[in-house]
Design a protein around this ligand. Sequence first.
Ligand code: ADP
Length: 500
Amino acid sequence: MKLPSRRWWHASIRKQLIIGIVGVHAALILTIVPDFIHRQRTLLIERSNARTLSQAGLLAESVVPQLITNDLAGISDILGALARDRSVRFAMVTDRDGEVLADTDAGRVGEYLVDPVSQKQLHGPVRTAVVLDSHDMIEVAAPVTIQNTLLGWAWVAGDRTSDNAQVASLIRSGIAYGAIAIAAGILVAVVIASTITRPVRLLLAGADRLAHDNLDVPVPVTTRNEVGTLAAALNDAMTKLRANRTALENARAELEAEVAERRRAQEELEAANRIILSANENLRQFAYAVSHDLQEPLRAVSSFSELLSSRYRAALGSEGGEFVDYIREGAVRAQDLIRAVLQYSRAGGRGDALPEPVDAAAALKIAQENLRAAIEERRAVIECSELPRVKANEVAVAQLFQNLVGNAIKYCSWEPRIRISAERDGAHWRFAVADNGIGIDPRDHARIFRMFTRVRGNSYPGTGIGLAICSKIVDRFGGKIWVESAAGHGSTFYFTLPAA
Ligand code: ADP
């Protein structure tokens, strides 16, 4: 885990720069200013020491004749001249034993120097020495000699008050200048750090805008260094992103328009479909009603014409009997046709029923069951490969097989052999019902799927509705039906249904 202080320190380059510059600057000022004050102070002390030492030396040299002649007044004059120097606190001349012969403070003349420091000097080696060195004062004793004979001592005390005042003023100035220098340093550091980090902050603001998807304001490029290059690159990226976004928005708008258009088209299609379904249903009901209602009068025509033919055959004569037979056959034929229409209208189930998975093999079994009598009577052989599942309606698929297999048996003048198979064809299954029957002339291939179209009408029973029903069923589930055949060479009926 990172410490909060570390996080704070790493949070801003500007802060780091300001603190760094100010820190180094303050450290320098705090080192240089005290060092300067210290050196100045040492210089002042050494100067006052040297001055006092030289004054003591000079005094010792000056008072030699007066000491020899015991001219105390003369010594006092010399001391008076020395006392005018404000850096001299006091000065005196003593004899070898420490008796004060003359002093800037006349009151001390005749006294003996008895203090330990003076005593040590008086009885120590004969040479100039600093007797006392305190904060306020320096006292120097210089021997007064002539030809190595000690005559006495010249004592001069230097005053350090003015030096101390100078040092104090120096310290005050040093503190003031130091404070001003540090304040100026802070100001300069802030300006420098702000100048250096401004492009970085602009870049940061740009990156922030980018993160918040605000691509309209570019980053101002204020420098040519690496940061400037980065800002330019960011601007490029923003421009590209903006272009991409616009393209995307356009594409989305187009897509939305397309979706809306498709939805509208689908709604129209659904409405049209509903209309068609309802029209189909009406048609189916109409066909049913018409055919049902027609059955009755036709049944009457057929049964009464039969009665007429059986009871009044003799009265009708041969020609009249023939006419009545025509009427009866016509009525039966009309009944067959009406039944066919009824069958056609029902084929494929109701239009609004959804297709469901159907096992084609099971549907074929139903068809074979329905055709059992014909199969046995004609000794038909039906071979079948494995059949798939399709998306349709079981009754419809059974009817499809029943019509095709029924025709294969019917349109065959010898023992029928029928082969049923299926092959995958994209999203559909393609079924084939092949027979060894009489075949169909290629000119008739298209028309046999129309209603009531028969090719060899008189030789084989039928109404010409079977293949029309097959076509309607296949259409209903989105498939196709066609035939490949040549007269006398058998036929293969193909149809497709969607895979389940
Ligand atoms: P129908 O069998 O009642 O005549 P279809 O619609 O089933 O009506 O057949 C239409 C015509 O197609 C038939 O009249 C017949 O000539 C021809 N046809 C149908 N199936 C076959 C087949 N397997 N072999 C030869 N001809 C066929």
